[in-house]
Design a binder for this molecule. Structure first.
Ligand SMILES: *Cc1c(COP(=O)(O)O)cnc(C)c1O
Length: 362
């Protein structure tokens, strides 16, 4: 029996994508072996690789001026690769701090070159309960790039309108809200997303980049660390994570079959309305710390009147078949991660549980 999985990442995958992987595991399309036993240089794997790229391009309506690169090392590796590639000596990069992951991105960039904090919503106790408005961010017109985080997985905040960085290249970590709705990625110079939140298993990171921006990357780097190398070699400069990319392909096929990003947005908004509506209606029992305008559609955080009740909530939810609800160790409380693979019915089941729990303990 499968449980209802609210894990923050690695997270729930659509069951049809997993069933397809099961059915294709031993004998992929009559080839007599699994996809992960195929050469990455062979026609069988190449077709999967290109199908994943084509589906992504179609879903995102991506112009030809943009390229899709499969990278590895997680989003955390991109925290280092972005400044290594695009922050040359004598330049500075702007970072907007909105949570733990953006702090980590900045920490890596500091080890590479000059940085500036262009905006931060960090509270004195270290928490974040909102993202900044455009007016609160002071961007430097000659920054090498501006780095932002579109959705803050730990704190449950999200940019619903992206910052306008003008002529300065905008680099965005979209790990936890990639493909949650139709998004025009051509306003960014480079976006990246670790697959294990909303796209597939861990092991692969999707990078969507403007081809001209990639060409500005530093050449004084080992080849393997240059984005341009992966772009020039169709993400097969070395052996790509073939199984992870295959699973991303399955998820993308499912996504398109369900009606694409418009359908995902409708679903995700309905789930978020259900969750936040319940939190607001039961505000005497549940506390939702995030400011309304910054509430994340992907990660919904809240707490109960006591830590003991938080723990009881998690334990009883588990007994009712729902897992992954414990908040991040930095924030405590409860976190509901409701990515694309989490259905409206899953969320309705949780909401019923939340109502019953509040009634019993409130
Ligand atoms: C999970 C996450 C990361 C880190 O991903 P890794 O694959 O563990 O490196 C970075 N940024 C955001 C927004 C995340 O949600």
């Amino acid at each position: 029996m499968r449980v209802i999985n609210f894990n923050p990442g690695p997270a729930a995958l659509p069951q049809p994508a997993l069933e397809r992987a099961r059915d294709e595991l031993l004998d992929f399309e009559g080839s007599g072996m699994s996809i992960m036993e195929h050469s990455h240089r062979g026609k069988v794997y190449e077709a999967v690789h290109h199908e994943a790229q084509e589906r992504l391009r179609r879903l995102l309506k991506l112009p030809d001026t943009y390229t899709i690169v499969f990278s590895t090392g997680g989003a955390s590796m991109q925290f280092a690769l972005v400044p290594m590639n695009f922050l040359p000596p004598g330049r500075s990069a702007d970072y907007v701090l909105t949570g733990g992951w953006s702090e980590k991105a900045l920490d890596e960039a500091k080890l590479v070159g000059a940085t500036r904090v262009a905006g931060s919503t960090r509270l004195s106790d270290g928490r974040y309960v909102r993202v900044p408005t455009q007016a609160e961010v002071q961007l430097s017109p000659d920054a090498a790039y501006v780095h932002t985080t579109s959705n803050n997985t730990l704190y449950g905040t999200q940019f619903h309108t992206f910052l306008d960085t003008g002529p300065v290249p905008h680099v965005c970590d979209m790990s936890s809200d990639f493909l949650w709705r139709p998004t025009d990625l051509s306003r960014f110079a480079l976006t990246y997303a670790g697959a294990q939140k909303n796209l597939g298993p861990s092991g692969v990171v999707v990078v969507v980049a403007n081809r001209d921006f990639l060409r500005t990357g530093r050449k004084e780097l080992p080849k393997i660390l240059r984005y341009q190398t992966q772009a020039d070699n169709d993400s097969m400069y070395n052996t790509p994570p073939t199984l992870a990319i295959y699973l991303v392909r399955n998820v993308l096929a499912w996504l398109e079959g369900e009606g694409g990003l418009e359908a995902m947005e409708r679903r995700n908004r309905a789930k978020a309305e259900l969750l936040y509506g319940t939190l607001d209606a039961l505000a005497g029992f549940y506390t939702a710390p995030v400011e309304r305008a910054s509430r994340s559609v992907m990660n919904v955080v809240f707490r109960l009147p006591t830590e003991a009740l938080d723990e009881q909530f998690v334990a009883e939810a588990k007994q009712a078949g729902m897992v992954g609800l414990k908040g991040h160790r930095l924030t405590g409380g409860i976190r509901v991660s409701a990515y694309n693979a989490v259905s409206e019915r899953d969320v309705a089941t949780l909401v019923d549980f939340m109502k019953a729990f509040a009634k019993a303990k409130g």
